[in-house]
Write a protein that binds this ligand. Structure first.
Ligand code: NAD
Ligand code: WQD
Length: 344
């Protein structure tokens, strides 16, 4: 393959890792990102990793004219759509923004792609599309029933894509349901560096271990789990990125819509992740037990069997790898401070 890939949200956490792999594999990469949650220096970082620079366009995925300009100029073979808003709590406080960007933005993008005859599409979906009472492990056939506005935007886009492909069988679509991506690129140049306060566990764990914040708040130690803390399926972002390349290869072979869980298949508790962090980097992150966080589930993890069977993809990296790489990125990027030097 020497096709051109349009990657929306390509300077973000997951998208940048996928771009690194695509560039290293000799593909042409065009990024569209509005930089609302990422840094303008990511294209240069990608060049220093892979020796090749992506083309970068700053723009909003809801801007049809901007999209048409980019798509008509580059005629991408594939579109990998990462751009979107992803904070569950914020989606409850500002659902219109989430529907606007995640659903409206995707529809605008799909309209432009349809106009230019581009019908190969990989979508960043989420484990949050599954029903909260689904039996573990979650398979792609588990009941759906998102329980927050963010999850409902992902579910809605999945439905749109299914309907689109049902009406026009020339569409080839991968719906990738990510579990809990953590970790960073081995170079230490790419990682999770949100513009505001981090919500997710790993960046908070790093900040607490560094002494940059008060001790980590463990949200719930009274869940019906092995040790009382919440259990998730953490997977290394590099493994997750590789899953996208395997999904593209699958779309080469098969038309229609293909849904895959991308996870390790193993649940890890918050306290187990803290222990893995200590084993990996030698620091016992301080933590305090706190009440459960509203909206959290006790436990969820994937069955990644379908991805292994059909994509030949399996997450390989360990919890220690995830912690070590997240910590290396934290130290290198100075994650207690944002790119403008303002303290977080
Ligand atoms: P991220 O915030 O790091 O990356 C998203 C990128 O999209 C950012 O660079 C941001 O600037 C950009 N963006 C946001 N709104 C935009 C807009 N209107 N126009 C153009 N660009 C815009 O997030 P991520 O963790 O890399 O997530 C990527 C995708 O994967 C998202 O769609 C997210 O919902 C999904 N996802 C993430 C996780 C996770 O835990 N990180 C889990 C499941 C699914
Ligand atoms: C993980 C565990 C917390 C912070 C979210 C989205 C999901 C997906 C990934 C986008 C939970 C506990 C956390 C802290 C803690 N994103 N925790 N102290 O909530 O599983 O999933 O991100 O699609 O859709 O919902 O991830 O990293 O926030 O939490 O104890 O300071 O860590 O309670 O058990 P979550 P998380």
């Amino acid at each position: 393959m020497s096709e051109c890939f349009l990657v929306t949200g390509g300077t973000g956490y997951i998208g940048s890792h996928v771009c690194a792999l695509l560039l290293a594999a000799g593909r042409d990469v065009v990024i569209l990102d509005d930089l609302s949650n990422s840094s303008a220096d990511v294209p240069e970082r990608l060049e220093s990793i892979s020796g090749r620079k992506p083309l970068f366009y700053c723009g909003d995925v809801r801007d049809a004219a901007r999209l048409a300009e980019i798509v008509s100029a580059h005629k991408p073979e594939y579109v990998l759509h990462f751009a979107g808003l992803k904070a569950v709590g914020e989606s409850g406080r500002n659902p219109l923004a989430y529907y606007d960007v995640n659903v409206g933005g995707t529809i605008t993008l799909l309209r432009v792609l349809q106009r230019y005859g581009i019908r190969r599409f990989v979508f960043s979906s989420s484990a949050t599309v599954y029903a909260p009472d689904a039996v573990m492990p979650l398979t792609e056939e588990s009941p759906l029933g998102p329980y927050n506005p963010y999850g409902r935007t992902k579910y809605t886009v999945e439905r749109v894509l299914l309907d689109l492909a049902a009406g026009d069988p020339s569409w080839r679509v991968a719906l990738l349901r990510y579990f809990n991506p953590v970790g960073a690129h081995a170079s230490g140049l790419l990682g999770e560096k949100p513009q505001g306060e981090p919500n997710n566990l790993m960046p908070r764990l790093c900040a607490a271990a560094a002494g940059a914040t008060p001790p980590l708040t463990v949200f719930g130690t009274d869940y019906p789990t092995r040790d009382g803390s919440g259990v998730r399926d953490y997977l290394h972002v590099t493994d997750l990125a590789l899953g996208h390349l395997r999904a593209v290869e699958r779309l080469e072979q098969a038309a229609g819509v293909h849904t895959y869980n991308l996870g390790t298949g193993t649940g890890l508790s918050v306290l187990e992740l803290i222990a893995a962090f200590q084993a990996a980097v030698g620091i016992a992150a301080p933590w305090t037990a706190c009440p459960r966080r509203a909206g959290d589930l006790a436990e969820y993890y994937s069955s990644p069997a379908k991805a292994e069977r059909e994509l030949g993809w399996k997450a390989e990296k360990t919890a220690e790898d995830m912690c070590r790489d997240a910590w290396a990125f934290y130290l290198k990027a100075g994650c207690a401070r944002n790119p403008d030097g303002e303290s977080k």
